[in-house]
Design a protein around this ligand. Structure first.
Ligand SMILES: [Zn+2]
Length: 78
């Protein structure tokens, strides 16, 4: 038998994501939220941003397509 107690936890939850390019926002309950592109990276020895520099980028799908449309390769999963 498990004996349980109620406990309030102080945790961080994502409230919104903001596009770093256009400022569009979406909350996790929006379908638009799932289409954001999130990149997290730590620069290595040859990084032009800086060795050991952490950087991030959150962009909405609309900005992603505007900036990278000609480079996007569509493919079918095998
Ligand atoms: Zn955007």
């Amino acid at each position: 038998m498990l004996i349980r107690r109620k406990e309030l936890l102080n945790t961080e939850v994502i409230q919104q994501i903001v596009c770093d390019r256009c400022g569009r926002t979406a909350s996790p309950k929006d379908a638009e939220y799932e289409e954001f592109i999130q990149i997290r990276h730590r620069g290595g020895y040859a990084s032009v941003i800086g060795d050991g520099t952490n950087w991030s980028l959150d962009v909405c799908q609309h900005c992603f397509v505007k900036v990278f449309e000609k480079y996007i390769l569509r493919y079918d999963e095998e």
